[in-house]
Design a protein around this ligand. Sequence first.
Ligand code: SAM
Length: 233
Amino acid sequence: MTDTKDPKSTPKAIVGTADNMRAVYDRFATHGANAESLGSASEIDSAASRIRNFFVALPKGARVLDVGPGRGDESVMAQALGLEVTGLELSEKMQQLYKRNVPKAATILGDMTAIDDKFAQAFDAVFCSFSFLHLPREKGILALGQFAKVLKPSGKLFLLTLIGEGVGDMNSGRDFLAEAGIESWYFYHWKLEDLIAQLEKLKFQITKQEVFQPIPGRPAAVAIEASFGTRAR
Ligand SMILES: C[S@@+](CC[C@H](N)C(=O)[O-])C[C@H]1O[C@@H](n2cnc3c(N)ncnc32)[C@H](O)[C@@H]1O
């Protein structure tokens, strides 16, 4: 039987679905070393170089919304490159971790599918790495609309997400999931042409689109860069 008074006791396992991502990430953020085991995009060389190139091309002082920043490694990189970062995080516990790791960043506790209207046209760039992949397609379309809303005209989007065929579930061979008591983890793999079509419908002009393999043997990813409401330059 689990002793609820013992902080080391294993909490009840969570079956991750698209609807309880907040609980999944609250667990990652608070259960042992799991926020560390989870890693971040910038620990993967092929992703880090693309992220860095995107940040470097933005003017110093540009306001960047880091969507689903997790523990905030990419926000740290953006700040070091002279950008003004705000992290928008779904999980309160992850947000606490983010505040500790990126104390100079502003943060918003919220869902990328419903960003407060007070942030309309507030950002020069939206950076969204490996968080959009937790939304099913219809919610993903909502999030893209929110990115369009919060960007200034000509604002830049960086979207790093998994591609392939529909719903995936990365629950095998990842010891840290079991250690955190998470039985499965919801991912949606977009068809690349579908994702591009949705972005173009929202008046994003695609400026870069690179398919690569972040982790050997795992699904492919795409790094998309787009400019909002302008002709690609
Ligand atoms: C795999 S981590 C990605 C962390 C970091 N961006 C990276 O690239 O390594 C996904 C993060 O997205 C957050 N997230 C998931 N769904 C979200 C949503 N609907 N709105 C905002 N954040 C969300 C999670 O809480 C988690 O911190």
